[in-house]
Design a protein around this ligand. Structure first.
Ligand code: UDX
Length: 427
């Protein structure tokens, strides 16, 4: 089937490429001329494992193409996936102007029946609003469906092909059949339902995962006070199949382009529909508290942070990505600098993006260089290879052997044996 993808960010580019790998003829559309020209050459602007190879493979197979022109890109396409950003506004509500702008452009350029697929995370009712906007100008037949994405950054390609479920909200049998046709090769559980259910399940899933994280972070604060180990408590909890082991890792809290936005978004959505989502307010509050924990601790250990040099391992919102949106690491760096600390940082892939939002900071490609003369080292993202560093060497490079592990990555016994003053979260 001929498919058009509008927006080539994390979601659009991964969705379009993976759909082309299923054998569909996919055209990805983006306003950014430089990005499109690079994509035509197989140069992928984001760090996503396995994506670049898939893009190159499907360009060669003539299943995947790129254009700046929406009119050209949607011509002949039976489905058009809308994958543009839906960021948070200042009040936490969801910014839908990019989605609505695309809807208006579609109303001016649709030339035959199409299924418009809302892939972006949007509040309940958005699909119906998109339909209204298109109907204003386009009097022909079309449908709008909701098909939320469940891709984690850093493992988006794996999450596409290994999805736990595909959720599709449709209003007509015709659009439902077309969506079944698109995913027919995927042996994944599918739910075909109405628009409201499909739009809400995405927020509910992300908000619940964020709630799990804030819950275990609250538990970590209790563990510290009663002499328990949150890693053992989390393992014990996770063996209950009703709870599950995932998303119970205590640390400096969640970040990224989804959880913060979707938790605030759902909080807003419930408020506008007359319900006070009390639990979500606590999830947000706990997450904000976790982010300042390590700043507080470094200030306590070093007495004060003025002119102290601190090293940060990790700049992105998590390992395996270069994305620094809502990154706890970035917030911690800004708080440290505000207290007069001098910060040096190492991250395997996110330095370029971090340099766009940080000042007065030294970035190092070499983690050992990043440690030289620092009075403390903070671990902010959970890259597994940090464990294989020569920590004896790091101890001699640091001016003071202080490590604050914000992701509970390292073994407390080993670190203490090496002579570090080692602190982590909930242990
Ligand atoms: C998330 C959802 O997982 C995905 O299904 C949705 O489509 C998009 O949002 P993503 O934001 O890419 O994916 O990252 P994820 O791996 O979910 O981690 C989100 C944040 O939570 C990261 O900052 C991570 O460090 C943190 N986290 C995750 C924890 O603090 N503890 C955990 O146990 C898991």
């Amino acid at each position: 089937m001929k498919i058009a993808i509008i927006g080539t960010g994390y979601v659009g580019l991964v969705t379009g490429t993976c759909l082309s790998d299923l054998g569909h003829k996919v055209t990805c559309i983006d306003l950014d001329k430089k990005k499109i020209n690079n994509l035509k050459k197989g140069i992928v602007p984001i760090y996503e494992q396995g994506l670049e190879e898939l893009v190159i493979k499907n360009i060669k197979k003539n299943n995947l193409s790129f254009t700046n022109s929406l009119k050209k890109g949607i011509k002949g396409a039976k489905t058009v996936f809308v994958c543009v950003q839906t960021p948070s506004k200042k009040d936490g509500s969801v910014e839908l102007k990019y989605v609505y702008k695309v809807a208006k452009q579609l109303s001016e350029n649709i030339e035959s029946y199409k299924v418009i697929v809302n892939k972006s995370t949007v509040p309940v009712g958005t699909a119906k609003e998109v339909k209204k906007i298109i109907k204003k100008k386009y009097k022909g037949d079309f449908d709008v469906v909701s098909c939320p994405e469940f891709l984690r950054e850093g493992s988006a390609v794996i999450d596409f092909f290994g999805a736990d479920r595909i959720i599709v909200g449709c209003e007509s049998e015709k659009s439902c059949q077309i969506m079944k046709e698109i995913f027919k090769k995927m042996k994944v559980k599918k739910i075909f339902t109405n628009l409201e259910n499909a739009e809400l399940v995405k927020y509910a899933s992300n908000a619940f995962l964020a709630t799990k994280i804030s819950f275990i972070n609250e538990m970590s604060n209790i563990c510290e006070r009663v002499g328990a180990d949150v890693e053992v408590v989390a393992r014990g909890m996770g063996l209950d199949r009703r709870i599950g082991q995932y998303f119970l890792r205590a640390g400096i809290g969640y970040g990224g382009s989804c959880f913060p936005k979707d938790v605030k978004g759902l909080n807003q959505i419930s408020g506008t529909h007359g319900y006070d989502f009390k639990l979500l307010k606590a999830v947000i509050e706990v997450n904000n508290y976790q982010r300042q924990l390590l700043v507080e601790r470094s200030e306590k250990i070093l007495k004060n942070l003025k002119n102290k040099q601190i090293t940060i391992f990790g700049l992105a919102f998590k390992n395996n990505t270069d994305d620094i949106r809502e990154s706890a690491a970035i917030e911690i760096i800004k708080r440290l600098q505000k207290k007069g600390a001098k910060v040096q940082a190492y991250d395997p892939v996110a330095q370029k993006n971090a340099a766009k939002v940080l000042n007065n900071i030294i970035f190092w490609e070499d983690p050992y260089k990043a440690c030289e003369n620092s009075q403390a080292l903070i671990i902010a993202t959970e890259w597994p290879h940090y464990k294989d560093f020569d920590w004896k060497k790091i101890k001699h490079l640091l001016r003071r052997p202080i490590v604050l592990d914000g992701r509970n990555l390292l073994d407390p016994e080993k670190m203490k044996k090496l002579g570090f003053i080692y602190e982590s979260i909930g242990r």
